[in-house]
Structure formats: C-alpha cells, structure tokens
Design a protein around this ligand. Sequence first.
Ligand code: GLA
Length: 732
Amino acid sequence: MPILFDDKTRTFTLHTAKTTYQMTADEHDRLLHLYYGPSMNGNAECVLTHFDRGFSGNPGDIGEKRGYSLDVLPQEYPVSGSGDYRSPALVIRSASGIYGCDLKYREYEILPGKYSLPGLPAVYAAEEEAQTLKIVLRDENAGVEAVLYYGVLVQEDVITRAAQIRCIGGEKIILLKAAAANLDMITGNFDLITFNGRHEMERKPERQHVEHKEYRVGSRRGSSSHQYNPLMILTGRKTTETSGICYAMEFVYSGGFQGSVEKDQFNLTRMQMGLAETCFSYPVNPGETFTVPEVIMTCSDEGLRTLSWNLQNTIRDHVIRGTWKRRVCPVLLNSWEACFMDFDGRKIRELADEAKSLGMDMLVLDDGWFGTRDDDNQALGDWYANETKLGGSIRSLGQDIHDKGLLFGIWVEPEMVNENSQLYRNHPDWALRIPGREPVRARNQLVLDFSREEVRDAVYAQISKVLEESRADYLKWDYNRNIVDIYSAGETDQGRVLYDNMLGVYAFLERLRQDFPNLLIEGCSGGGGRFDAGMLYYCPQIWCSDNSDAIDRLRIQYGTSFGYPAETMGAHVSAVPNGGTGRMTSLQTRAYVAMSGTFGYELDPSKLTEIEKTEIRKEIAERNELAAFMIQADYVRLTDPFRDPVTAWGFVSKDRREGVFFAVATEIHGNMPVNYIRFEELMKNRQYVNEEDGKTYSSEVLRTIGLPLPRERGEYHSCRWHFVLDEKEVLS
Ligand code: GLA
C-alpha cells in the first residue's frame, strides 16, 4: 500500500517505488512535515526539535511550552497568522478585514486512484496505478477549511499536491495567496535550478546556491510565460545528471504562478509552488470551495536525469490524453516561415503539392487566412475564411489538401481580439480592458474575457465551424500577448479575473477535445510562452520557441527537457540563413535537432534545390523509422550546451538494447582537441552495432571513453549513432 497511516503516532507515510514522504499530525494538531527522500522505513519524528527560540511566538492553545513554535517547525501547509513568519502557502483575509488563520489537523481519507480537480488540468491514473490521500485542516474561528490532496503515483516516483480552500463560516473569506505545495526540509545544503528566458530564447537552466533569503520565480502575466517556467529543481550541491539528491516541483497550470525557495534562520529550506499573488484576491463565499491547481513533485537520489524521466513519464502517461497520447505525430509543412501572411489559395495548394512530393503528411495553414488578416494589426476574433485570398471557401481548401493525400492543419488565436475586427466592433466589452482607460496593447491586440461563457461560446461557434467545414486534423492554438488590463465586465470582483479566465480557457479546450476527439492540438504562445503541464493536458505538443535556429534550439530544447518529454516540443526545420539569427547550418544538423522534437518543416520548398529535396526526403524517411522508438525511449542529456563545445543528447530504450544519439559541434577552432561523446546509458560489458557505420563496439569503450566526434571543417557539423545490442554476442 503506497499510503500508510499509523494510528498511534498519527503519521502518514507515502511510498513510491524509490521514495518516501512522511508527515505527522502532532499532539497539538499541527500537520508537520518529517521526511521526503529515498525510500525509508520507520518514523522520522526524531528529526523534530523543540527549543525555545526568541522572537518565534508560541501558539495560544499549547499552554506554556515555549519550545513549540510554528516559526521553526517543518510544516505541510503553513499559513500566515499562525506565528510562522516564513513564506506562507495560504494567506486569507476575512470580510471584516482580519488577516490569517491557524489550521489544525482534523481528519483524513485514503482513496483508490488519483483525485481529479474541477475545471482544472491534473495528473490522472488508473485505480491500480495511484492512491489519494486527503487531509482536512480547519480553523473554525476563521471559518476556513483546507483540504490537502496527495496523489501517489508509485511507478513514476511522483507525488502530486493540490489544495481546496473552503469557506465554512458565515462570512466570505478572501484568498490573497494560495500555493498547492509546500516542502519544508529541516536539513540540507541546496542549489536551486530555475528556467528563465525571453521570447525566442526560453527555459535556460540557471543554478545557484541557496543562501539565507527567499528566491522567487513566477509570472504576473496571466500565462506561465517565456520569462520563467513553472518548474523548479532543488538539488544537493554535488548533484549531477547521474548522481545526487534532487527534488522538483512542476505546476500543472498555465496562468500566473509563483515558485519560491527560502532558507530560514535555522537552515531549514522551504520550497513552494502555487498561484501568483499579484492581482489575486479571490472571494470565497460561505459554502464555496476554491481549488488551487496541482503541483507534480518528484524526488530522485540518482541525479537530474532520473528526475527528468520521472516528470517526462508522468506527462507522457498521466497528463497527455486521447488519440495522440504516445503516438507519433505527422510530419508537417507549416506556411508561417514559408510565406508569412503573403499567400493566396494557389500558393497554399502549391505548398501542399511540394509537401506531398517530399514525403510529408500534413499541410498547416498558419496565420493570415481569416477576416481581413493581411497583417498582424487586425482581424483576430473574425474566424471566418478570407475567401477572396484563399480563392474559395475553407471547405474547398480543406477538401483539396485532403484530396492530395495530406492532412490539413489550421492556425487560430482564440483568446485574442484586434480592435480592428468585426467581433470587437460588435462587442467592445468582451475584451479585458479598464473602463475609461486606454488599454495596453501588445501586437496591437487585446485579450478576450474568457471568464465569460458568452464570450467563449461566440468564439467557439466560429472556430468549431471552421474545423467542421475544413475537416481539419490539427489546430495550432496560439496566444501572442500577456494580460495587463484586468477588468471583466461580467465579474463583480476583479480579484477573480485571472483565475476565472484561465479556467475559461481550459473549458474551451476541453469542449474542443470532446467535440473533436481526433484533433491534434498544438499549443503555442509566441513559441514557448505557455509551455507547461497544464497546456499539455489539452495539447500533446507545444511549439517550443519562435526561434527555429538549430543552434539556439539545442539550448532551448535542452532546458525544456528537464521537465518535459522530447516529443512534446514542437520543432521544425526552417530555411537558412535563419530568419531570426542569420545563422547558417546544414540541413542534416537542422533535421537532427527537429527530429528530436515533433519534426516538421517551416520553409518554402519551391526555393530548394533538387539536391536539398533529395536530402529532405531521406531525412523524413529516417525520422519516420526512428520516431516510434523515440517516443517510447528515455531521453538523455549527454553534454551541457551552455558550457560544452559539443551538444550531445540521445534516446535509449527502456531495456537499454537500443540507443540513438546525436551531437552537434557548436565550437570550432584551429587544431581543436578531439571531443568524445560517452554513451553511459548503454548496458555494461556488451557489444553494440552502430547501424550508421555497421561496426561493432564494446559497450565499455562507449560508456567510459566514448567515441570521437569526426573532425569536419565548417561550423555546426552533426553526427548520429544508432546502437543496437549485438544479440549474437549475447548467445556466445
Ligand atoms: C506566433 C507563433 C508563430 C506564428 C505567428 C503567427 O508568433 O509562435 O509560429 O504562428 O504567431 O502570427
């Protein structure tokens, strides 16, 4: 049984395959955290100390015990107002203006399977794969109850956390801060890895030593953001890819978030993840419940590689749903970098012909097909085809593409509106904007108020009609600005808007999934501005970055891999010199980088030479041969593209009989030392055949010394190895 409760000590112990999590409801009914780490049997209560600490107050109900303070004890769900001055997981205010509460343990329940959350994305699992622990904490005087949820996924070494906050008193409470997970570690000297970036350069891992202060990342943008990803990793000081302790928190939410790590005065380290505080003040009326979105937690003492596998496997099998789960996606040609908005129906049909002749599976019509959309200042909100531009209806275009033996995909940006659009002219109050004030524009567009059902319904009616008429197989769901003006004409309390808007987006996406179960939805937000586990619940892949430069992509995809599977990363081969960076790279290098993600092309094939076309056909065929293997495999980071002169990565089968590895030289100098790539994940003491050169290699050599990267002239050359266990050798 993964979840155990010891009646005598009131201790909860949660076991996954390789980790244990423990907490206790103490004699004062406070829920204290005891242990999270490698599997442990026994009770860790001995870690608690009770010293009299100056300036750390003692709860009123404990009598004269000056050695008991919530300011120093490790807690499961710390709240402000209880005497704990560290970062609270929950801050509330009563309608009459009183801050804080003091939650006490009341009851628990153990349930089979994994809990789900109303209106929110969450990890799911079959009954036999998971167990749920529900712990109820209550403060009758403040009229608040917190229900803590723990979902234990044994095989994945994952514990999910979520919380529901209930108003049980006679007057409403206002939530000012709500985290889903809090982790207090009494001892340990840690590094913190966060993932920062910007548009076109997302998710750079940054590692720093945790000192005595609070470290915070987050987004106040109403979306998870390019700037910080809702993923945090806490590691031991010596933890590497393959050894050492590490912990991750990954938020299953696509709106604003806040993650923090704080080392306190007595060296306890507190890690937290939850909703952004800014512009959040959520009223919960008597009898109502507010749900804090979920956090995926995992721990490994085998280094960052295993930690990433835990997260990646959870997303692959317990977040992504439906037809496209664990399925190889079609190779597409996207019209955006091929011709931007400068196209007509003939050009799109020509692109489709080229795509077909190159061996691709799908043509995606990107931005520019609807309303008066000939530039990006207008027409968002008018989701009907520009028939003059397309030379006919969307139905006939979809039909023509299908008749060519291709799938058809289309781009939309449902949450947005241009002021220059029919939709806005008819319903100016449907946009989030503050009455009487000029709105803050970005890309000359405003954000629609998806907290309102009528707004969602109107957009849904338009988009579903397009999908039905064109019989689209794929939808690229874009989101190209962040929220500034928080005012919904449909809400009475603006402190609710950001959260309700996000739930509205999820409701729209869920409806789409129900009505079009086979539709492949690719998430996008100017590339990777909303790359998070929340979106992956609805969209099995996300355009990883608007930066399609293969060398920059090495870094972006490397950073993304810490929390997300390779096949969720939208990646395309684009033209050179690259439109964003001007960099030249070979078709092979571009293909290797893109085939490590979803794989597709985003260029105009009519500008290619015959030699290039032949190469592309070959690369598509190779990718198709490898893809089914890669989506089942474990992803390995072999080098660090921010430090090493070569970026190398690969995919190894679970049984380690097969491995496909790639490398790109990112630094070239005169008379260079030789770069060796080591393939540590292969089995020990065996022989492998490299399908690329037909030669046999000792796995000890491959694992310990590695193979030299061929010496080639010119920048950014790439190499691939495909090792298959030599079965003959096993028999002999
Ligand atoms: C965003 C996307 C691009 C493209 C454009 C279209 O920037 O990330 O891929 O779809 O919008 O306007």
